[in-house]
Design a protein around this ligand. Structure first.
Ligand SMILES: NC(=O)c1ccc[n+]([C@@H]2O[C@H](COP(=O)([O-])OP(=O)(O)OC[C@H]3O[C@@H](n4cnc5c(N)ncnc54)[C@H](OP(=O)(O)O)[C@@H]3O)[C@@H](O)[C@H]2O)c1
Length: 304
C-alpha cells in the first residue's frame, strides 16, 4: 500500500477506511477494521458526530491493540455540538473545540490525536478564532496536525491562506469532479486531499445499477437519473471496472493523501482493495477517455 506524507511527517495509507458506515454493532464493525489492517490500511477516518460518539468508541476499541504501532493514524472531526436535548448545532468556537477534543480522546482511548479536522463551517464563522484553537492544541501536543472538511471554495481558500492545515477532506470521485479547479492551489500549499465518497455511495462499483435506482433516483448535480445512467454506461464502454477507474482518477491527482472509502462489509472492503490494486494497470489513455465522457462540474455556491 502506497503511503503519502503530510507536512508534519505523518504517513497515511493511500486507501483509508471511512468508518462512518461501520454501524453501531461492535461485533460487526471490528472485523472490518481488522481486515483493513490486514490490507495495510493505516489511516482511519471518524468523527465525534458519527453515531453520536459511538463510532469513535468502536474505532478506538478496535485499534487499541495496535497502539504500540506508530504507523496507525486516526483522524477525527469537531464542530457539530451535541446539545442536551439530542439536537446538534454548529459550533466552531475555541471554547468548544478545546473541550470537545478531550471527549474525543476519551472515546478513542488516546492521549493525543494524530489529525483533528473542522467538520465543515462557513465563511461567516469566527475563522481566526477557530484556527487559533487548532494552533494552540498543536502547540500543547494534544494534536499532531489539523485539517478541514469542506466543499466551500471560499472557506477552503481562507484556510489555505491563513492556517497551517495539512489536509482537506472533500467529496471527490470520477463523477463529482467539482474540486478539480482547486487542486493546484491545494497542492501549492502542500496540503493533502482526503477524498471522501470515492465510490459515490456504491455508484462506482459493480453494484452500480442497483445504487443508481435506489440512491440516485432524483439524479445529482447537473445529472438527471437518466443522464447519470447513460454516463455510467458510456464510461463502462471504456473500462468496466468503475471502482478501479475512480481510484485511478484519484491517485493521478498530485495532492491526494488518502482515498477515504467506506464499506459496510468485509466483502465490500476486499473488493475495493482488489480494485485499488487493479487500478494500477488501467492506462492513463483509458482514464483520459473515461474523463471525457463525464461532465466537468464546478462549485456554484460559496465562491466569495
Ligand atoms: N463531511 C465529512 O467530513 C464527511 C462526509 C461524508 C463522509 N465522510 C467520510 O468519508 C467516508 C466515505 O464516504 P461515503 O461513505 O460517503 O462514500 P463512499 O466510500 O463512496 O461510499 C461508501 C458506501 O458505498 C457502498 N460501497 C462501498 N464499497 C462498495 C462495494 N465494493 N460494492 C458495493 N457498494 C459499496 C456502501 O454502501 P452500503 O452500505 O449502502 O452498501 C458504503 O457504505 C465515510 O465513511 C466518512 O468516514 C466524511
Amino acid at each position: 500500500m502506497q503511503k503519502n506524507i503530510l507536512k508534519s511527517g505523518i504517513e497515511i495509507s493511500e486507501i483509508g477506511l471511512g468508518c462512518m458506515s461501520l454501524g453501531t454493532n461492535y461485533a460487526q464493525a471490528e472485523p472490518i477494521i481488522e481486515r483493513a489492517i490486514e490490507h495495510d490500511i493505516t489511516y482511519f477516518d471518524t468523527a465525534d458526530i458519527y453515531d453520536r460518539g459511538i463510532n469513535e468508541e468502536i474505532v478506538g476499541k478496535a485499534l487499541k491493540k495496535y497502539q504500540n504501532r506508530d504507523d496507525i493514524v486516526i483522524g477525527t472531526k469537531v464542530g457539530n455540538h451535541l446539545a442536551d436535548d439530542g439536537s446538534t448545532f454548529w459550533d466552531p468556537s475555541k471554547k468548544y473545540i478545546k473541550t470537545a477534543v478531550k471527549s474525543s480522546l476519551q472515546r478513542l482511548g488516546l492521549n493525543h490525536l494524530d489529525l483533528y479536522q473542522l467538520h465543515g463551517g462557513t465563511i461567516d464563522d469566527p475563522l481566526d478564532e477557530t484556527i487559533s484553537a487548532f494552533d494552540e492544541l498543536k502547540k500543547e501536543g494534544v494534536i499532531r496536525a489539523y485539517g478541514i472538511s469542506s466543499i466551500r471554495p471560499n472557506v477552503i481558500d481562507y484556510y489555505l491562506e491563513h492556517s497551517e492545515i495539512e489536509t482537506l477532506m472533500s467529496q471527490l470521485n470520477l463523477i463529482d469532479n467539482r474540486p478539480e479547479a482547486l487542486l493546484n492551489a491545494i497542492h501549492a500549499k502542500n496540503v493533502k486531499v482526503l477524498a471522501r465518497g470515492p465510490v459515490f455511495k456504491g455508484l462506482l462499483t459493480a453494484n452500480s445499477n442497483h445504487v443508481l435506482d435506489n440512491k440516485f433516483k432524483d439524479g445529482i448535480f447537473e445529472y438527471s437519473n437518466q443522464e447519470l445512467g447513460e454516463t455510467i454506461a458510456s464510461v463502462k464502454e471504456v473500462e468496466s471496472n468503475l471502482t478501479g477507474l475512480t481510484f485511478k482518477y484519484l491517485t493521478s491527482k498530485d495532492p491526494i493523501g488518502s482515498i477515504i472509502v467506506g464499506a459496510s462489509s468485509i466483502e465490500q472492503l476486499d473488493e475495493n482493495i482488489n480494485n485499488y490494486e487493479a487500478s494500477k494497470e488501467i492506462s492513463f489513455e483509458k482514464l483520459k477517455a473515461a474523463c471525457g465522457r463525464v461532465k466537468n462540474l464546478e462549485y456554484t455556491q460559496h465562491l466569495k
